[in-house]
Design a protein around this ligand. Structure first.
Ligand code: MCU
Length: 413
């Protein structure tokens, strides 16, 4: 018995020693295997932790871009980036629905001008395509991603990539919610409205281009623009806001849900204008999350407005061509985008955003009077010309931004 117990005792000691040794080894390994993470990004991440539950407010003024929901003021460019994350959270909470993260798997191939992208999300997989045109020459070119098509003149040297947004998320009246590739992947009850769904799809096009590389695609992904008109202009605006890889956003005649501010449009409606408002738009189509429905009759409670859609893009390139058609809300788009430009001003980059509300012309027929403005933006942001666009703030209607704001503009840069 004693021999046996001694044996067990010995074995126990051995086991304990093996255990201690392996823990020590594992620990040592783990310590040496730890990447030499620089402390600053970690601290930065800790420093920016915006709330994902932004409370409603009550103000007829466009909310102050430069104050966090907790009342802290934005005093630097870094803090602006953090405030942008908070604004993005608010947009998702009230209007867009959730923007899903990048998919777990993505494969891409290019055959002629057809880019095919297969994405998998939680075990579901789907393939969609985008068509590229206008590639020429041997070096990688900039490209403009066209949401459903484009109606601006695009110069040679700039390729176009057409995204079939309707196939990705339908926009065919109030009954078309939850249909298309996005909802096949994420479920037809997903909270994202069509604009957000499209933005997620365009991000996958950019992922695919990055993955294949510029020598295979002929596209330089550091010089991407996005455009679309009217409903697709709302889409272009949201794409630019949700993907920082877009260097130049050109939302054409986007009106309500794009360049117009909900509050100003409601005020204009109260003055008797035939203008599209939040209450009307949510019944017309499925551009937004159903989360937005409960706010449309009280837009003064939104903790953001669409000047902050421009703010999500700032200081990246943004050219906003609009039209004076009543339904688009020319006073609203003019004042709202002027408020957006104040954010660019605070960042010391006012010229990076141009507002141009042109005199009456057919909807989505880009007037030649705007050609030179567009050219300046494309030259600078996509063709890498050396001169920044001239300061651009033009409107065929008068709209005083100071009537709609009660905040001042800090100097952040
Ligand atoms: C300006 O964009 C929309 C507008 O929001 C809708 O109310 C209207 O039905 O269609 C416009 C549009 O997309 O025109 C092509």
């Amino acid at each position: 018995y004693s021999k046996y117990s001694n044996y067990i005792y010995q074995k126990n000691i051995e086991n304990i020693m093996i255990y201690v040794l392996s823990v020590a080894l594992l620990f040592g390994f783990a310590v040496t295997a730890l990447p030499a993470t620089p402390v600053s990004p970690l601290l930065e991440r800790q420093a920016c932790s915006p709330s994902s539950n932004i409370p409603a407010v009550s103000t007829t003024y466009l909310p102050d871009p430069f104050v966090f929901a907790d009342g802290t003021r934005v005093t630097s460019v870094d803090q602006w980036s953090c405030r942008q994350q908070e604004i993005l959270n608010a947009y998702q909470q009230y209007e867009f629905g959730d923007l899903p993260p990048a998919p777990s798997s993505l494969t891409a191939s290019l055959s002629g001008n057809t880019l095919s992208i297969t994405v998998s999300v939680s075990g579901k997989s789907s393939t969609f395509t985008a068509s590229i045109s206008g590639r020429s020459g041997s070096s990688a070119q900039p490209a403009i991603i066209a949401i459903g098509g484009y109606s601006i003149p695009i110069p040679s040297g700039v390729a176009t990539i057409t995204f079939n947004n309707d196939g990705f998320a339908q926009q065919n009246g109030g009954g078309s919610r939850g249909i298309g590739t996005f909802y096949d992947l994420h479920g037809n009850g997903h909270s994202a409205g069509a604009l957000t769904a499209w933005a997620w799809g365009v991000s996958r096009i950019i992922d695919a281009l990055e993955k294949l590389g510029s020598s295979a695609t002929g596209i330089d992904t550091t010089r991407l623009g996005v455009t679309g008109c009217s409903r697709n202009g709302k889409g272009a605006f949201v794409v630019g806001a949700l993907d920082k890889r877009i260097a130049l956003t050109i939302p054409q005649e986007s009106g309500a849900g794009g360049a117009a501010c909900w509050r100003i449009s409601d005020a204009e409606k109260a003055l008797g204008k035939n203008i599209q408002t939040a209450s009307q738009i949510v019944g017309e189509n499925v551009w937004f999350s159903t989360r937005f429905n409960q706010w449309t009759s009280k837009t003064n409670t939104l903790p953001y407005d669409h000047h902050l859609l421009a703010g999500l893009i700032a200081p990246r390139g943004l050219y906003v061509p609009e039209n004076v058609i009543d339904w688009l809300g020319p006073v609203s788009t003019t004042a709202c985008m002027r408020a957006g430009r104040l954010i660019y001003k605070a960042l010391g980059k006012q010229q990076n955003m141009g507002v141009s509300v042109a005199a009456a012309h057919n909807h989505c027929q880009f007037p030649s009077s705007q050609n030179s403005e567009l050219t300046e933006f494309i030259n600078y942001f996509l063709l890498k010309g050396s001169s920044a666009p001239q300061d651009l703030d033009k409107s065929a209607v008068s709209a005083d931004v100071n009537k709609y704001i009660n905040w001042s503009v800090p100097t952040l840069a």
